[in-house]
Design a binder for this molecule. Structure first.
Ligand code: NDP
Length: 448
């Protein structure tokens, strides 16, 4: 009989052989598979049903040409994608990323993570992800609109409220979602349920912009409390300065922490008096400017080139909120040396596999992305509920639901880790709990 360990190794070898160049995707699969031995041992039917080889294969990958006209009247071409990964639990759901680094490997890693993240919310949504190698940075509003209209002209054929419901991610915020919705409506009809992260003017949910950052802090707060700690008076390092980072700064400070950093792809700001949320939002959202302006305007702030994880000062908690693979083993070791005892991920896969090993070996409290940053998609699912009921809930109502969902996700990760005798390994707890639900749903539906 094949053992769980041998089965996992053989399934991973097959994924590697089939996707030899998709490094980010392979990394996400390895991170999940590394934690599954105990649950596969308990469920021999997963081996009989060959669930691992099925779960790593997207149901569908759509890739398309996106021609558009720039401000000089020149035709530009980008590549668009939608990865419809798994619909065992509900319609595909996951964001769209516009960033020059976007490729199929990155979207498959994000779509794969999204399956488990979505199931952890307890809401009926499957996993997907999409986007383009288009770079909105430095483009005029009109150029962004031209691109987005062309992107949606193809994407609309593949999405719908009960089929696939995209949202935002890196480079896709309220402006881009607004243009996407406008074009979808011209091509099809007004249907609020086709996208989430919509502006409030046409079916958006209160607290959706805040949801990922707030949810991250709610999750981390639960993790800290379960270990006799809290945000109060703690020094926090945050990377990124976009949607997730901004609201993580705001909520962590509300809970009594001092957040001393934010970053962008060029450098980082250290402000020992605590990041000024209003100034940060003004610079990033209203002016669409760089963080150098923050340091120029705030006398207590200093700007440094490079990664914030090279910072050598003392800190207690790290919340990476920028992008994948920001933290490698060297940076993880530096964090620990500087006093960090908890890391919770707002970004997707910000810690590489070697960094995760270092957190584990040093007993760091670690909140993995698929659990810690699920607040965004959870409130997106609440937006879908409000749209189908033609209702708008108050901020307080949505925020309370978000808090409950994040507390439940932490409790699920913790209890599952305890059930399997894995101590405080919340990564394994979250992976196992989510995988079991998706695998069971797939098996019940037959060979599909
Ligand atoms: P934004 O586009 O609003 O902000 C992204 C931030 O990350 C910017 O500060 C950006 O800097 C920085 N960044 C992007 N790419 C890199 C890079 N290669 N190196 C260093 N910094 C980089 O995106 P979000 O805040 O929405 O997303 C941040 C992370 O959170 C992503 O991993 C995303 O997948 C994840 N996430 C987002 C959710 C959401 O609801 N928005 C939900 C769950 C997860 P610069 O301006 O210089 O590019």
């Amino acid at each position: 009989m094949t053992t769980a360990k041998a089965y996992i190794e053989q399934a991973f070898a097959t994924v590697k052989a089939r996707n030899p160049h998709e490094t980010e995707f392979l990394q996400a699969v390895e991170e999940l598979f590394d934690t599954l031995e105990p649950v596969i041992e308990k469920h021999p039917e997963y081996i009989e049903e060959n669930i691992l080889e099925r779960i790593v294969e997207p149901e569908r990958v759509i890739s398309f040409r996106v021609p558009w006209t720039d401000k000089n009247g020149k035709v530009q071409v980008n590549r668009g994608y939608r990865v419809q990964f798994n619909s065992a639990v509900g319609p595909y759901k996951g964001g769209l990323r516009f960033h020059p680094t976007v490729n199929q490997s990155i979207l498959k890693f994000l779509g794969f993570e999204q399956i488990y993240k979505n199931v952890l919310t307890g809401l009926p949504i499957g996993g997907g992800k999409g986007g383009s190698d288009f770079d909105p940075k430095g483009k005029t509003d009109r150029e962004v609109m031209n691109f987005v209209q062309s992107f949606m002209t193809e994407l609309h054929k593949h999405i719908g409220p009960s089929l696939d419901v995209p949202a935002g991610d890196i480079g896709v915020g309220g402006r881009e979602i607004g243009y996407m919705f406008g074009q979808y409506k011209r091509l099809r009809q007004f249907d609020a349920g086709v996208l989430t992260g919509k502006p409030l003017a046409f079916g958006g949910s209160l607290i959706r912009p805040e949801a990922t950052g707030y949810g991250l802090v709610y999750f981390t707060d639960e993790m800290l409390k379960a270990n006799g700690k809290s945000f109060n008076n703690q020094t926090v390092l945050i990377s990124g300065s976009g949607n997730v980072a901004q609201f993580a700064v705001q909520k962590a400070q509300e809970l009594g922490a001092k957040v001393i950093s934010v970053s962008d792809s060029n450098g980082y700001v250290i402000d020992e008096t605590g990041i000024d949320f209003d100034l940060l939002v003004d610079i990033k959202e209203k002016r669409r400017a760089r963080l150098t302006e923050y340091a120029a305007e705030k006398s207590t702030a200093q700007y440094f080139e490079g990664s914030v994880w090279n910072y050598e000062g003392a800190a207690d908690i790290a919340l990476p909120c920028a992008t994948q693979n920001e933290i490698d083993s060297e940076k993880a070791e530096r964090l620990i040396k500087n006093g960090v005892y908890a890391v919770a991920e707002g970004a997707n896969m910000p810690s590489d596999l070697s960094a995760i090993t270092i957190y584990r070996d040093n007993g760091i409290l670690y909140g993995p992305a698929k659990a810690a940053n699920a607040g965004g998609v959870a409130v997106s699912a609440l937006e879908m509920s409000q749209n189908s009921q033609r209702l708008s809930w108050t901020s307080e109502e949505v925020d309370n639901r978000l808090k409950d969902i994040m507390a439940n996700i932490f409790a699920t990760a913790k209890e599952t880790a305890e059930t399997y005798d894995l101590g405080r390994d919340y990564l394994a707890g979250a992976n196992i709990a989510a995988f079991e639900k998706v695998a069971d749903a797939m098996i019940i539906q037959g060979v599909v």
